[in-house]
Design a protein around this ligand. Structure first.
Ligand code: TXA
Ligand code: MG
Length: 328
């Protein structure tokens, strides 16, 4: 049995034809919406960089239907990749492997490796099946902006820079995939995401190497590690203690303030725009970008985020908050 598509199958057929003709299709995945092009067509891929305003030195993730299709874009497929794929695909894990000749340099930013993943969303999988080509897709936002978790976010951010937007509803994961470089031993975590280090360690037999500390003047192991990235336009600060006092002070100074908090405010009727966030890290992750998008659209003077708890389950959330906030 196949999962019923939350979308008209005719829309998929049309979008697949657009991809094959070298066009751009935004599509839902379980993490965030992607901006897709035929990964084997260098001029189609160049259009992604132009639409996003993305620097050419930031490589793209290639989305494929299954592990067999992943093997068609890599030069080697280690046994470890097979085990990771079996455990986590379709799902939010991206594997970095040596690329083969089929992959144009535009996709990998001239580098020798390619990032691949199988997305766990029925619309994404139907599109990949129908298109019959691997699909290079970064998040469907202008470079540096927040990633989109709804079709409406894509429309607002990219508008007519994209040929087709497939609306598959809100993304359930809400944060970008975990990126794991399996060309090193032990494999290196390049970007924390919805698959945790503990889940990876269970398959690797050891902990992955943590992400390097990023020095921005040097070439980046993964440009997604740039410190400022995934950011709202509104100045955003993340506060560990007494966030409510901070919000009150900003409001008293005449600011229009948005506040993201897990704890209930002691003065719920106060003048700030308060968004209560879930206590569960997965639910928090699923809503984070959507709430930041919403606050960003209100034209506030500032967004304050109460720092969520510590612990591995919150690693990806903390990573994205560090990039979204100017003050932490
Ligand atoms: O969840 C996701 O991964 C989403 C959906 C659409 O699949 N995509 C996404 O793409 O977040 P993007 O381009 O926004 O982020 C891709 C990350 C970047 O940090 C990029 O530098 C890194 O993956 N990356 C891509 N290819 C790489 C490679 N060959 N080596 C190292 N890092 C790579
Ligand atoms: Mg992105």
């Amino acid at each position: 049995m196949t999962t019923p598509l939350p979308i008209d199958p005719g829309a998929i057929t049309e979008a697949a034809a657009v991809l094959r003709r070298g066009g751009l299709v935004a599509f839902p995945t379980e993490t965030v919406y992607g901006l897709g092009a035929n990964a084997l067509d260098p001029s189609a891929v160049a259009r992604i960089f132009a639409a996003k305003g993305r620097p050419a030195n930031n490589p793209l993730i290639v989305h494929v239907l299954d592990a067999a299709a992943a093997r068609s874009v890599v030069a080697v497929w280690p046994e470890l990749a097979d085990r990771l794929a079996q455990r986590f695909w379709p799902g939010p894990l991206t594997l970095v492997l040596p690329k083969n000749h089929a992959v144009p340099d535009t996709v990998t930013a001239g580098g020798p490796t390619v990032a691949v993943r199988v997305p766990a969303h029925p619309v994404a999988l139907a599109l990949l099946r129908e298109a019959g080509v691997p699909v290079a897709a970064p998040s469907a936002n202008r470079s540096g902006d927040l990633s989109p978790t709804t079709a409406e976010h894509v429309r607002r951010g990219l508008g007519d820079r994209v040929d087709v937007i497939l609306d598959g509803g809100p993304c359930l994961g809400g944060l970008e995939s975990t990126v794991l470089d399996v060309t090193t031993n032990p494999p290196r975590l390049l970007r924390p995401g919805l698959v945790s280090p503990t889940e990876l360690a269970a398959v690797l037999g050891k902990a992955p190497q943590p992400p390097d500390r990023v020095c921005e003047s040097e070439p980046l192991p993964s440009p997604g590690l740039l410190a400022r990235h995934y950011a709202p336009r509104t100045i955003t600060e993340c506060i560990a203690h007494s966030a409510e006092d901070r919000v009150l002070k900003l409001v008293q100074n005449g600011g229009r303030i948005g506040w993201l908090t897990i704890e209930a405010p002691s003065n719920p009727g106060g003048p700030a725009v308060v968004i209560r966030m879930p206590e569960d890290p997965k639910e928090y992750a699923a809503r984070l970008y959507a709430e930041l998008h919403q606050l960003d659209n209100l034209g506030l003077d500032r967004i304050v985020v109460s720092r969520p708890p510590d612990g591995e389950a919150w690693q990806a959330v903390h990573d994205r908050l560090r990039r979204a906030c100017v003050i932490t």
